[in-house]
Write a protein that binds this ligand. Structure first.
Ligand code: MN
Length: 138
């Protein structure tokens, strides 16, 4: 099912998120917009899934058990084969101070919780397939 046109079809998004309800929500939203979703529930699994599936974009929760989303992104951006995959951080509304850290580890964008469906989808659409050299945008 594609609601926003053919350009978003067959685009694979890896979601790294430890909260089940958030994972289900992100997955439902992206699938409803024509994306294929693969899921990981922690940073280490996220890195492994990125290698295995070669997603077109990664939605990365920052607060994860064990390896944080920032550490996972740092690892991904050091890997020559993975560093060009855009990483969009999922961050808590209150944690504005995280923005610099998100930028420093090489995230390509971020979505603040709570987010709107439109905001999430627009951010994914803006970054998917984009070069990692583009400036960080919310
Ligand atoms: Mn979390």
């Amino acid at each position: 099912m594609t609601k926003t046109g053919e350009s978003t079809s067959h685009r694979k998004v890896l979601i790294v998120e430890d909260h089940k309800m958030n994972m289900r929500m992100f997955t439902d939203i992206l699938e409803a917009h024509g994306y294929e979703v693969v899921q990981a529930t922690d940073g280490e699994q996220g890195c492994a899934m990125a290698k295995e599936h070669g997603p077109d974009l990664i939605l990365m929760d920052i607060q994860l058990p064990g390896m944080s989303g920032l550490q996972a992104t740092e690892w991904l951006k050091r890997d020559e084969g993975l560093r060009n995959i855009p990483v969009v951080a999922l961050t808590a509304f209150a944690m504005k101070g995280e923005q610099q850290a998100i930028r420093d580890v090489g995230c390509d964008g971020y979505v603040s919780k709570p987010f709107t469906i439109r905001g999430l989808v627009e951010t994914v659409e803006r970054h998917i397939g984009a070069e990692t050299s583009t400036p960080l945008q919310p």
